[in-house]
Design a protein around this ligand. Structure first.
Ligand SMILES: Nc1ncnc2c1ncn2[C@@H]1O[C@H](COP(=O)(O)OP(=O)(O)OP(=O)(O)O)[C@@H](O)[C@H]1O
Ligand SMILES: Nc1nc2c(c(=O)[nH]1)N=C(CO)CN2
Length: 419
């Protein structure tokens, strides 16, 4: 990400809400106003002049208004936190949120009462530098509240169980896995297990496995067929953390990046993360090419027939995807049942949640399986090497801040299933 020194500001969004500690505030309500700055790189939007390449502030403005006028919080601190959350869901790398409560019930004469918060830790230092350089002037013309030192702020976060933020602890994400080198079936099985082992990722659904012709650029040399599958996971990780975990697992399976769309031992793309829209080069969400790829849409629709991308049904998109003729075969329950011998035509439709197998059995199971039935392209499975597991990462400030925002209200999180 380049320096996010550009800023989109929404100033003075107003909603009539019932936030407050006192009964009369809850009954009568009053006016609340929000100023929201979104730090984001606007250069692509500027050069393409296309709304798709920037944050659509009209959608965000409506979300903010609904928070101001929505379920009451005691404190405007919590209102600000909720607004910051939707602001970051736009893909902005940081946000400043100021909530005004001009009619706050205080004895002294005051024009306004406000709470200002900064969220999106990675860049706050940059913002801070920027503000220092501009003598504290904010892009919207007002004066900035001092930018906190987020490392220090993160260290002061409340201990487990103390937060009352009404923010979901996890989000649903859809991942697409593909492989066309070495032993794709084994790699893909192990990748599912590896993803599920990551603290903060739980695999919820696994699609059938799809074999398809490699989709290539016009001038690219031919490649072996791909095996692809789609997963639905639940994650408490920040979007970039999820991306980094996917990249780490790709690397652990010998991914070598040489050419664009080159053959690969393992590819893990993030297709969607619930509520997250991102337009950065490092992470674009929803995945910009998913809607035109039958090798993603077909397994996705089979896993979740009601799935949608925006307003469009995945199954409708699959029917018109340019590469749909390249889909050659599908396998159900490929995690624990090898259907290589199956010759009875189209398998039955996939029926929802797959019972998760014992990963140990998957990994150690039949080590001489050869899954691909006809013209090969995949070598037989040899001894399965152990995947090196790196030492747990120290969480950065961004991760800790994300954890804080995502924390479940209950004090003790459920232990992860032993698999
Ligand atoms: N939604 C996303 N999922 C995964 N990577 C993404 C996403 N958005 C952007 N990227 C970036 O794309 C870069 C290239 O990823 P990768 O090499 O896996 O691309 P690819 O699989 O060859 O192409 P494609 O994205 O068309 O499938 C990564 O460094 C990553 O930061
Ligand atoms: N059939 C198929 N073709 C591809 C695939 C893939 O997963 N399946 N992935 C690509 C780059 O991610 C390029 N082309």
């Amino acid at each position: 990400m380049s320096d996010p020194k550009d800023c989109i500001s929404l100033v003075g969004i107003t909603g009539y809400g019932k936030h407050g500690v006192y009964d009369f505030e809850r009954e009568e309500g009053q006016t609340f106003t929000a100023d929201v700055d979104l730090y984001t790189d606007t250069r692509t939007a500027a050069s393409t002049d296309n709304l798709e390449n920037t944050i659509d502030y009209s959608v965000l403005a409506e979300d903010i208004r609904s928070i101001l006028a929505g379920p009451p919080s005691n404190l405007i601190e919590q209102v600000a936190e909720h607004v910051a959350r939707v602001a970051l869901e736009t893909g902005a790398v940081a946000t400043r949120v100021c909530i005004h409560k001009p009619d706050a019930p205080i004895e002294a004469k005051a024009k306004d009462v406000t709470v200002t918060i900064w969220r999106g830790a990675e860049v706050v230092q940059t913002v801070s530098d920027l503000l220092a350089a501009n003598s504290g002037d904010l892009p919207n013309g007002s004066k900035a509240a001092p930018v906190p030192d987020l490392d220090e702020a993160a260290a002061r976060l409340p201990a487990s169980g103390q937060t009352t933020l009404d923010i979901p602890a996890t989000r649903t994400a859809v991942l697409a896995l593909g492989a066309n080198l070495a032993d794709p079936i084994v790699t893909l099985r192990r990748a599912v297990a590896d993803l599920d082992k990551v603290e903060g990722i739980t695999v919820r659904q696994v699609s059938p496995l799809v074999r398809s012709a490699a989709v290539l650029e016009k001038d690219q040399q031919g490649q072996p067929d791909y095996l692809d599958a789609v997963l639905q996971v639940e994650t408490s990780l920040a979007p970039l953390e999820l991306l980094h975990e996917c990249n780490r697992i790709e690397d652990a399976h010998g991914r070598i990046r040489t050419e664009h769309w080159g053959p690969r031992t393992l590819d893990i793309d993030i297709i969607t993360i619930e509520g997250v829209h991102s337009q950065t080069e490092e992470l674009t969400l929803p995945h910009p090419r998913a809607r035109e790829r039958a090798f993603v849409l077909v397994p996705w629709a089979r896993m979740d027939p009601s799935a949608k991308l925006g307003t469009e049904a995945i199954s409708d998109l699959a029917e018109v995807a340019p590469d749909r003729a390249g889909i050659k075969r599908t396998w159900e329950n490929w995690l624990d049942v090898v259907e290589a011998a199956r010759e009875d035509g189209e398998p039955a439709p996939f029926t929802g949640t797959l019972p998760l197998p014992s990963w140990e059995a998957v990994v150690r199971g039949n080590q001489t399986i050869r899954v691909v039935d006809d013209d090969g392209g995949f070598s037989p499975v040899g001894a399965i090497p152990k995947i090196p597991q790196p030492a747990p990462k120290k969480r950065g400030v961004f991760g800790r801040m994300w954890d804080f925002l995502r924390r479940e209200p209950t004090p003790s999180p459920e232990p992860k299933d032993e698999r």
